[in-house]
Design a binder for this molecule. Structure first.
Ligand SMILES: Nc1ncnc2c1ncn2[C@@H]1O[C@H](COP(=O)(O)OP(=O)(O)OP(=O)(O)O)[C@@H](O)[C@H]1O
Ligand SMILES: [Mg+2]
Length: 462
């Protein structure tokens, strides 16, 4: 009988078993057994090493003696991507690019490889999801604009077998390689299905070994589960050097690229893209667009948000409408749902704005996600304006109001990072009235821009 090559190990207690069990025979926990590859059988040679007391010792080097020849980065030619990566791809590094289906992961990686190929870099696109013909169709779409001639000169390998892919990487030695996607690859030693925890871990681990040995910058494309986590084990996030998240709503054109982890750069950076038929286009004037589109009607306010180190003006809209439902709906788009609950509580307790049993919808226009406490004041002002049925009016009475600030539980406004940059961005785009914790210390004072009216939609909602 052939010797088994895998074993099932409980991730809770470490119990190992030849067969998979739904419940661990060791600790009785459910669904904790994960398939793992057994180490290679010991040969006579490595038994000798083990007998001699393990391997020869390594030689530590003083940090001051370590040579620091600057490693040239690979510039993908997509400014926003390079910036989020911390200045381009690092040779020999592993980048995980996650995003929900259809968001544009393949488009982004195709474009990046195309640009690298155009400047004479060796590239490889491994497609486990699409046939070579499908990849070509996309490349043709991306090439239809001038100056993107490289997309069609990228070699493609439509393959899902891990060993074949590793052998190809070793033979071709590209400078940059994209694996689309890590969940479709299959290591023959493991019997579990592609995309399972064991497979994804094995695939990523072995690709990393080859990437580091041959100095190949590898981008692993990964899918995101419904809950928004990168599918596959969290261990993948520990393994790779950089985790990028591509997000946005498929139906909308704006997409944001963020770094969740980066060993070679800041994780504060974010890039904004727009999906067009010719591919992804960097949006460098996002603030101008969002401000121009801001309605200035009841329930609308401009939030001076920070996307990493870059300020971004976005419109936040709220709708408060009477509801028959118990409990009423609290729906957010592009914001944290828990923050809405907190803001509504503070508004009721310290701002005198009660939404009662009305439905509350809050939306960041354009499909942008803002995940920072600085959005609190924008939610509060938008909801207050929607509840009272009045458009926000600042002291100058001219144009939409911009705001930022965190809401304290006692009704005070708290400072957030980079107030000066946010203020400058608002001024740059012609917003004269900016409400911030620096100018307005309490929520009650901030709410003066949404005065109560006599025709009281507030009561109708409550
Ligand atoms: N002709 C077109 N015009 C405009 N947009 C297009 C066109 N063709 C495709 N798209 C956009 O490209 C998106 C798909 O891009 P892409 O295949 O790169 O996504 P993906 O993240 O790789 O998806 P998957 O998870 O399925 O691999 C579509 O959702 C659509 O928004
Ligand atoms: Mg794809």
């Amino acid at each position: 009988m052939p010797r088994p090559t895998t074993v099932h190990v409980c991730s809770a207690c470490g119990h190992s078993s030849a067969r998979w069990h739904g419940r661990c025979p060791g600790c009785q926990a459910w669904n904790t057994l994960v398939e793992e590859r057994l180490p290679a059988p010991s040969t006579r040679a490595n038994r000798r090493v083990a007998a001699a007391g393990a391997a020869a010792p390594g030689r530590p080097v003083l940090l001051s003696d370590v040579s620091t020849a600057a490693i040239p980065r690979l510039l993908t030619g997509i400014g926003e991507l390079d910036r989020v990566l911390g200045g381009g791809l690092v040779p020999g590094s592993l980048v995980l690019l996650g995003g929900s289906p259809g968001i544009g992961k393949s488009t982004l990686t195709n474009m990046a490889l195309g640009n690298l190929a155009a400047v004479g870099r060796r590239t490889l696109y491994v497609s486990g999801e699409e046939s070579a013909a499908q990849v070509r169709m996309r490349a043709e779409r991306l090439t239809s604009t001038e100056g993107r001639g490289g997309a069609l000169s990228v070699p493609v390998l439509a393959e899902t077998d891990l060993d074949t892919i590793l052998a190809t990487l070793d033979a071709e030695r590209p400078d940059a390689c994209v694996i689309d996607s890590v969940q479709t690859l299959h290591a023959a030693e493991l019997s579990s299905a592609p995309g399972s925890v064991a497979q994804v871990r094995e695939v990523a681990g072995r690709i990393m070994q080859v990437a580091k040995a041959a100095d190949i910058a590898v981008v692993l494309v990964g899918h995101v589960t419904k809950e928004g986590a990168l599918a596959g084990p969290r261990v993948l996030e520990h393994l790779v050097d950089c985790v990028l998240q591509f997000e946005g709503e498929r139906e909308r054109t704006y997409r944001t690229l963020r770094a969740l982890k980066n060993r070679f750069g800041s994780t504060n950076e974010a890039g904004v893209f727009e999906m067009r038929d010719t591919g992804l286009v960097e949006v460098l004037d996002a603030s101008a667009r969002f401000v121009a589109e801001a309605t200035g009607k009841p329930g609308s306010v401009v939030l001076a948000a920070m996307e990493g180190t870059r300020p971004l003006l976005v419109e936040v809209q709220a709708l408060v409408s009477p509801s028959e439902l118990v409990p009423p709906r609290r729906v957010v788009n592009g914001l944290d749902r828990n923050r809405l609950a907190l803001v509504l509580a503070v508004l009721g307790r310290h701002g005198g704005v009660g939404v009662g049993s009305a439905d509350v919808f809050v939306n960041v226009v354009g499909g942008v996600r803002v995940e920072e406490p600085g959005a609190d004041l924008a939610i509060a002002l938008a909801v207050a304006s929607a509840t009272r049925g009045v458009a926000l009016r600042g002291p100058s009475g001219d144009g939409p109001i911009a705001c930022f600030g965190e809401l304290g539980l006692t009704g005070e406004l708290r400072s957030t990072a980079h107030p000066d940059r946010r203020l400058r961005e608002a001024t740059k785009f012609g917003l004269r009235d900016v409400i911030s914790p620096e100018s307005t210390p309490t929520l009650r004072q901030a709410l003066q821009v949404a005065p109560k009216t006599t025709n009281k939609p507030e009561r109708a909602a409550a």
